[in-house]
Each structure stands twice: as structure tokens, then as C-alpha cells.
Ligand binder design. Structure first.
Ligand SMILES: Cc1cc2nc3c(=O)[nH]c(=O)nc-3n(C[C@H](O)[C@H](O)[C@H](O)COP(=O)(O)OP(=O)(O)OC[C@H]3O[C@@H](n4cnc5c(N)ncnc54)[C@H](O)[C@@H]3O)c2cc1C
Length: 393
């Protein structure tokens, strides 16, 4: 039986980071992963350019049943620490929008950096290892794969969430937590497109490809970003963000004119171009295909704007700034970027990420009930929680 100080399950962002830190402390560390290569999600993240952190990352950008839990790790390993590491490796990056930092060239730069950090610290990595069993006796964990049994003093579970099952995602981390008597909160797909009700699909699929800036609101949470109509439903950053707050059955309220007071705009247009039709006027503000669809749906009657009373203009502005969709559901784990819920943070020390009732067992990254907004926050949680565990495991 191979003996290790630390075994890490999962060669993703959180697992690699905890392994690097543990090995730097002189711990004999092995990372096991069921895939053929390390950092597979990193490679495909951010459209291949990896949105590796966010310069504005703070605990307010994370969802968890205990919103305070993430504070400790995020304050001890910050976005500035990760940016310094990226700079140390000479990786070129840029801010795309809203503090989101992306590689200039390729996400592979980040994976190569992590591989080099592993090599430098002396981390061993074994790939294509499907973990099938973990047992614990006399303070030692035994991790079994079809190939081998290995023992360790500290076991770090960094097996991620359920999104992208074809990329190796499994529920094993949640099962392992339950095996050791830890509570696991219900999970669901998040940062995910929302799907049409059948009747809406028939209406809106014709305008798939139309994109516009909106605010998307659900359960009193509002995100200003772009929204995209697709064949299956609504997508784009505004929808991915709000999907983490939307529950089946909830309404989704869309402001189609977030950047301009629509009532004011219409009144002004009425003064300037009284003979112009509403369709023409609205097309100055909204994509033409969307305006045609709204007309078809009788959201407005096409007539010269001079015919409208102030009250009718106000009503039209209200309906376009509070446009209500009732999505059918989400596209699920097939396309979701993250999994909400997971290992209950009440079971873990926020200082070390170790299970309170199971010494030597650590949970880091997405398997834990801490989920970031879209925009580099999920990687920052992976780096920070992995780094913290790496100081103690
Ligand atoms: C398409 C996409 C794009 C994304 N883009 C971004 C982005 O730009 N910025 C951002 O911040 N976040 C992004 N995310 C989210 C981010 O990728 C995750 O939050 C982050 O990778 C989680 O890291 P992790 O180490 O916890 O888990 P993962 O990266 O999921 O790693 C877990 C690893 O464990 C392995 N594993 C699972 N079960 C087992 C088992 N039983 N045995 C052995 N190995 C196992 C998996 O194969 C995987 O390699 C994106 C997600 C997706 C799906």
C-alpha cells in the first residue's frame, strides 16, 4: 500500500491549489483525478481564456446558506495574491468588464502555471483514477481505486460540483461527506440558461440570436447585463447571474430599457417626431426583431406616436421595463457553470476547511456550499479555499 501524508481528490483549481500549498510545507502529497489531464474546467472556462479572478471579489459576491463562511478564506488568499502569481509567471491578462480578469492568450497558461507550481513543490499527480472507496481507521484514510489502495493522514476532497458530467463531474464528494456523517445541502444547477415554457418557445424562438442590455430580476435580486434570446430560452450574462436566485415557478422581470428612462424617451420622441410610428421609435432603442415580436404580441399597437396620451405612454414604458417571463426551468448541469448547495459549511472550519467532526478530512472548492456570481468569483473561491486547506492538511 502506498503511503502519503496528503491525498487530494480532484485535479481542478481547488485541488491543485491545496496540493501545492501542502507540498510546500513538506507534506508528501498526491492528487488523484478521474480525467486524462489536470484542470479540465480551467481549460474550457471563460471561452478558453479563463476568467481567473475578479478584482472586486468580496464575500458579497457569493451565495451560501452561511454568507459569513467564505470571509476567512477570501481574506487570507485574495484576488491580489492570485494576480501576483499570474504576474510572476509573466501571463498576459486583461480586464474584460466589471473587474473580470481573463488571460490574453489561453486558459492553458493558467493550467501550465499550476503544473509548474506542482512540479516545484513536489506534488505527485495520478490521472485516470476513479475513486471508488474511502475508509478511515486509526487516524488513517485508505483511498481505493480499481488500480491501487493508498493511505494518507489528510484527505482533501476537491471533486467539484455536478456541472458538465461529460467532463468527469461526479457526486462523489457529496457521497463522501455523507459517508462521514456530514450534512449535504440540496444541490441545483446555477449560472445556467433558463428554458421557455412550450407556448413561449413557439413565440420567441424566432428571435433567437437577439441580444440586448437589460436588468434581470428575480426574488428582489437585480443584475444589469446583456440578455440573449436562444432557441431554448434565455441566456447571456444577466440570465446566468439571475439563474442562481431564480427558483422553478418564479417570475423573471426584465427591464428592456435599463440605460434610458423609457417614459422620458417616448415623450421626447413624441415632441420631436409626432408623425412617426411607435415601431420606428422603439427600434431606435431596442433590436428591430424584438420590436416586431412585441408588436406581434400586442404589447403595443403600431400607430403614430402623436395619438398616444401621456398615460398610454407611461403604461407602455411600464410594460417594457417590467416585462415578465415565466421560465419553465433551467438547462441543467449539461450547460450550468456551477452547482449551488453542497457540503454544509456548518460542518467545516472556515479557518482550515477541515470537517469539525472528522479530523483530517477537508472539503474545498465547489463541492462546498459556497457559490460565486459569474465573473471569476468561482475560481477565486477555489484558489482561496484550496490555499487555506493547504496550510493545515
Ligand atoms: C463551461 C464553464 C466555464 C466556467 N468559466 C468560469 C470562469 O471563467 N471563471 C470562474 O471563476 N469560474 C468558471 N467556471 C466555474 C469553475 O470552473 C468552477 O467553479 C471551478 O472549476 C471549481 O473548481 P473545483 O476545483 O472545486 O472543481 P473542478 O474544477 O470541477 O475539479 C474537480 C475535479 O475532480 C474530478 N473528480 C470528480 N469526481 C471524481 C472521482 N470520483 N474520482 C476522481 N476524480 C473526480 C473531476 O473530474 C475534476 O477534474 C466555469 C465552469 C464551467 C462549467
Amino acid at each position: 500500500m502506498q503511503q502519503w501524508d496528503v491525498i487530494v481528490i480532484g485535479a481542478g483549481a481547488a485541488g491543485l491549489f491545496s496540493a501545492i500549498e501542502a507540498a510546500k510545507r513538506g507534506r508528501k502529497t498526491l492528487v488523484l483525478d478521474n480525467g486524462k489531464r489536470i484542470g479540465r474546467k480551467i481549460l474550457m472556462s471563460g471561452g478558453g481564456r479563463c476568467n481567473f479572478t475578479n478584482i472586486y471579489a468580496s464575500p458579497a459576491n457569493f451565495l451560501s446558506q452561511n454568507p459569513h463562511f467564505c470571509k476567512s478564506a477570501l481574506s487570507r488568499y485574495t484576488q491580489w495574491d492570485f494576480i501576483a502569481l499570474v504576474q510572476q509567471y509573466g501571463i498576459a491578462y486583461h480586464e474584460k468588464t466589471l473587474g473580470q480578469l481573463f488571460c490574453d492568450d489561453s486558459a492553458k497558461d493558467i493550467v501550465d502555471m499550476l503544473q509548474q507550481e506542482c512540479d516545484k513543490a513536489g506534488v505527485s499527480i495520478a490521472l485516470q483514477q476513479d475513486i471508488q472507496n474511502v475508509s478511515f481507521a486509526n487516524g488513517v484514510y485508505t483511498v481505493t481505486t480499481p488500480q491501487l489502495s493508498r493511505s494518507c493522514q489528510s484527505l482533501v476532497v476537491a471533486s467539484g460540483g455536478l456541472s458538465l458530467p461529460n467532463l468527469g463531474a461526479t457526486a462523489y464528494g457529496f457521497q463522501l461527506a455523507e459517508q462521514f456523517g456530514l450534512n449535504v445541502l440540496p444541490v441545483r444547477a446555477a449560472l445556467v440558461p433558463l428554458t421557455w415554457q412550450p407556448a413561449d418557445k413557439a413565440v420567441f424562438e424566432e428571435i433567437s440570436g437577439v441580444s440586448l442590455p437589460v436588468t434581470a430580476e428575480a426574488n428582489d435580486v437585480v443584475f444589469p447585463e446583456d440578455m440573449l434570446f436562444t432557441h431554448r430560452g434565455l441566456s447571456g450574462p444577466a440570465i446566468l447571474q439571475i439563474s442562481s436566485f431564480w427558483q422553478p415557478g418564479d417570475e423573471l422581470i426584465i427591464n428592456l430599457s435599463p440605460q434610458q428612462d423609457l417614459n422620458e424617451f417616448l415623450l421626447e420622441q413624441q415632441q420631436k417626431h409626432p408623425e412617426q410610428e411607435l415601431k420606428t421609435i422603439l427600434s431606435r432603442l431596442l433590436p428591430k426583431r424584438l420590436v416586431e415580436k412585441l408588436l406581434e404580441l400586442n404589447v403595443f399597437q403600431n400607430q403614430a406616436i402623436k395619438a398616444l396620451h401621456a398615460k398610454s405612454i407611461q403604461r407602455l414604458a411600464d410594460s417594457l421595463t417590467h416585462y415578465v417571463f415565466k421560465p419553465n426551468g433551467t438547462e441543467g448541469y449539461r450547460t450550468a457553470e456551477v452547482t449551488l448547495g453542497g457540503v454544509d459549511t456548518n460542518e467545516l472550519s472556515s479557518k482550515t476547511m477541515e470537517a469539525k467532526k472528522q479530523p483530517g478530512l477537508y472539503f474545498v472548492g465547489e463541492v462546498v456550499d459556497v457559490t460565486g456570481w459569474l465573473g471569476g468569483y468561482n475560481f477565486q473561491w477555489a484558489w482561496a479555499s484550496g490555499w487555506v486547506a493547504g496550510q493545515y492538511c
